[in-house]
Design a protein around this ligand. Structure first.
Ligand code: AHR
Length: 492
């Protein structure tokens, strides 16, 4: 198979917002308890955070971490999670049928972020919560006024405000599964009033309003329109969420889902454009794709762990090699939409649907999706370039014409290095690449290839890892059948 990629460094999509390389930590399953936090673990630091896990998080260069949920958010009272740990209540977490001991709360999470040099993206509860709870949380985190909640923060040991800039107005409020789910009109009212109140206290924050929970929701589109019409002056971003699945075992359809993600983004962007025109506004609402991943393996397994325990081991997705390719493809889609998508969170970071796994009191390891995220996050920074691609395509159950190649091109900030992220979805044939007009020296060529689609990484063995290609030359470029690749070129 042959593909020609026309790339011109003057043909720009947009500077890439670093926040598209964000992730998500929810009080869900073993993400927090026995995931990032396990005071009795041999690697735990003085605050109880596992350093073996922190050491796996750091190389991912995560920009922001969204917290504390997710569905959990809609039943969470942030006031349960502050002050002396011994006085904090244990609560039933209705979202995930688990016990929440509140040993990690706002202060612990924000300090953890500071240690990791990652920025927080906090959610306010618009399920059981009120605008007052939300603005009080903002006061607790960001205020230096001599007021009750700001003083509480100081009493609890934190003098300086945390200055959390990015906030989510609830989570998936259209979903019938959501605690205190809302109609579009109900959500718009509370989101709008909460946003107003929060920006009155701290005009420097940025707010993300909930879009639909996923593209196939029956209310998708009318939900977006209603929220935008009502909240336009007060919000900065609209959220998108999407997880892809291969329930039918049709891997070529599954691998085409990065194109579905692109269509989804285009559709929401068009709605934003339309409402902007309708309002005759100068302001652009950008997109926050704040939950995205592959998610179905655990559901397919039919496992239902014991309920009402702390750290209920749910949704411990075991990703395979096909997921490496699709996650790489979804990252390409985000880069190729960097003009409109300014924030994106891989959901989640540890144990639940995550690139990093842990055993309680034991080992930690990296899943197959860890690697495309690591490399794209590390080298996919700078300016996204348009690629005019002449690439073979295939037909599958979900698309008449799906491309065998997923690609993105990023020019480094100094303009000297071109990084290409390329996925050959064809399981049978390698792909010969032609890059007319691009001259330079290959700095590195990293590939993940040579596995059957169902290969997984486990605690005992991690076969799906990247390797450096040594015999590399721009005039004779080939990427293997079924492969994820990064090629970095020093331009001359
Ligand atoms: O990320 C797991 C869950 O998926 C989140 O809690 C929810 O927002 C979504 O449905």
């Amino acid at each position: 198979m042959k593909a020609t990629l026309h790339i011109n460094t003057q043909n720009i999509i947009s500077p890439i917002d670093d926040r598209i390389y964000s992730s998500f930590i929810e009080h869900m399953g073993r993400t927090v308890y026995t995931g990032i936090y396990e005071p009795t673990h041999k690697s735990a630091d003085e605050d109880g955070f596992r350093q073996d896990v922190a050491d796996l998080i750091r190389p991912l260069n995560v920009s922001h971490i969204r917290y504390p949920g997710g569905n959990f958010l809609s039943g969470y009272d942030w006031k349960d999670g502050i002050g002396p740990k011994k006085d904090r209540p244990v609560r039933p977490d209705m979202a995930w049928s688990a016990l929440e001991p509140n040993q990690i709360g706002t202060d612990e999470f924000l300090s953890y972020c500071e240690k990791l040099q990652i920025s927080p993206m906090l959610g306010v509860n618009l399920g059981t919560g009120t605008p007052k709870d939300a603005v009080e949380l903002l006061e607790y985190c960001n205020s230096s006024l001599p007021t009750y909640w700001a003083r509480k923060r100081i009493e609890n040991g934190r003098k300086e405000p945390y200055n959390v800039k990015l906030w989510c107005l609830g989570n998936e409020m259209d979903g019938p599964w959501q605690i205190c789910a809302k109609t579009a009109a109900e959500y718009s009212r509370i989101a709008c009033e909460t946003a107003k109140l929060m920006k009155m206290l701290d005009p420097n924050i940025e707010l993300v309003a909930c879009g639909s929970s996923f593209r196939e929701m029956p209310t998708f589109r009318t939900w977006e329109e209603t929220v935008l019409r009502e909240c336009y002056p007060y919000i900065d971003y609209l959220s998108l969420h999407q997880y892809y699945q291969d329930m039918e075992g049709d891997v070529m359809s599954f691998l085409s889902r990065d194109e579905d993600m692109a269509d989804f983004i285009d559709e929401v962007a068009a709605i934003c454009d339309r409402i902007k025109k309708e309002k005759d506004s100068d302001k652009d609402i950008k997109l926050s794709f704040d939950e995205w991943n592959v998610w179905y393996h655990f559901q397919k397994s039919g496992k239902s762990p014991e309920k009402w325990i702390v750290g209920r081991p749910i949704e411990e997705e075991e990703f395979d090699f096909a997921d490496t390719l699709l996650v790489g493809g979804m990252l390409n889609t985000l880069i190729n939409h960097s003009d409109i998508v300014k924030i994106a969170c891989l959901a989640q970071l540890v144990n639940c649907i995550a690139p990093i796994m842990t055993e309680e009191s034991g080992r930690s390891w990296t899943q197959t999706i860890y690697w495309p995220f690591l490399y794209t996050s590390k080298y996919g920074r700078g300016t996204a370039l348009k690629i005019k691609a002449d690439v073979p395509s295939y037909t599958c159950k979900v698309r008449k014409e799906a491309s065998y190649l997923s690609s993105s091109a990023v020019l480094s900030e100094d303009g000297n290095t071109l990084s290409l992220f390329l996925i050959n979805k064809n399981p049978q044939e390698e792909m010969e690449l032609h890059l007319p007009g691009n001259k330079g020296k290959i700095l590195s060529f990293v590939t993940i290839a040579g596995h059957s689609f169902d290969t997984v990484n486990t605690a005992d063995s991690q076969p799906v890892v990247p390797r450096e290609v040594t015999d590399k030359c721009l005039d004779d470029l080939k990427i293997p059948a079924a492969s994820w690749n990064m090629i970095r070129i020093h331009l001359s």
